[in-house]
Each structure stands twice: as C-alpha cells, then as structure tokens.
Ligand binder design. Sequence first.
Ligand code: PRP
Length: 212
Amino acid sequence: MPGVHVSTHPLVAEHLVALRNPATRPPEFRRVIREVTRLLASEALADIPTRPVRAPTPLGTAQGREIAERVAIVPILRAGLGMADGLLEVIPDAQVWHIGLFRDEATLEPREYYNKLPRRLAADVAIVVDPMLATGGSAVRTCEIVRAAGIPRIVFIAILAAPEGIARLGSEVPEVTIHVAVRDDGLDARGFIVPGLGDAGDRQFGTTAQHA
Ligand code: PRP
C-alpha cells in the first residue's frame, strides 16, 4: 500500500521482542518505547526538507544542513506519551500538541477528552504518535483534528499495527504517511492487536492490574 512503511531495521525487530515479553517491567518498557521511536523517527524523517547552513569547525567552515520544517509532535494520550519523549530526544525544538482519546469498550470508537492544539498553529508537519494502531479509529480521529487545523503534512508513527488499522487510516486519511515497526496478524474480539504486546498505555504506566 503506498504511503505505508513497515520497518526492516534489525534493531527495531530486536526491541519488539522486549516489548512483547510480558516479563518486561514498566521502566524497561518505557525505555524501549523511546528507543524504538528514535529508530522509527530516523526512518520517517529521512526525507524531511533541509536548508544549507554554515558549520564552523575548529579548522574552518564546513557546509552543513538544518531541518527546514517546523515540527509538531502529536501524542495520542496516554500511550503516545512515551513516543513523544523519544521524538523529543531527536527533535528537541518540536512543539508537542496533546490529544486525549480513549476507546469506548463497547463500540471501539474513540472518545475525545482532551485537545491541547495551540490557538495559533505554527508547524509545517505534524507527527502523530501512538504505539498501537488497532482498529485505526483513534489514529483517524486525531489525524482529522490535525488536518482540520490546517497542518499541510501529517506523518503517523506507530509501533504495532493491525492490518485493519493500516487499511482504515490509509483509506480515511489518504494523505497521511504511515510508519510502523511491525504489522501484526490482526485483532481479537476486544479489538486488541494479536499477538501484540497487551495494552501499551497500561504497560508504560504500570496500570495493567487495574485494567486487566
Ligand atoms: C489504545 C492505544 C490507541 C488505541 C488504539 O489506547 O494506545 O490509542 O487504543 O485503538 P484503535 O486503533 O482501535 O483506536 P486506549 O484507548 O486503551 O487508551 P490509553 O492509551 O489511555 O490506554
């Protein structure tokens, strides 16, 4: 499918083993989420426009390049928060626009509870992040919010994706470029990605027992 990129990076594949393992505790889980996100970001941003810049060195001046686009990171709460941290490590000047959604357990459709898009938007590209692209409802809703705000370019980065979510996001917001670490088999009856890794929000924030 055009516009969909599934990582083939060996380090990404190795990190996925740790994320999937139920024995991986929240501190390590958060660290790996940040690490995978940095790797996915370097793939997703490989074609970001740059402009020339003078680069002084101890021996003279080199020709350098700097990123020419203003970047906004849009984490979908809660689980996108750890990915936003990873992205900020590689694009520290990016703005962060939080969007809060949770899935209605009966319908699996997203419900919006928080929107921190600034009144005056100043970004050329928005990078929407959520570790899980399951039915695709949350990703579609968030990309629609960003698109309606007038952001010209949207990139969506997830770690695990179900084929159903990729197809829905690709058809409902076709201009979005999608980067994922892996495409899993599908969804179970509760809308969880299988084989997946469980609930990425609960596993980052140590709330698995309350929601299991
Ligand atoms: C999970 C996940 C995505 C969404 C994916 O969040 O982090 O946001 O579900 O499902 P979808 O593709 O079917 O919309 P959840 O609603 O569990 O909220 P949380 O991040 O607060 O745990």
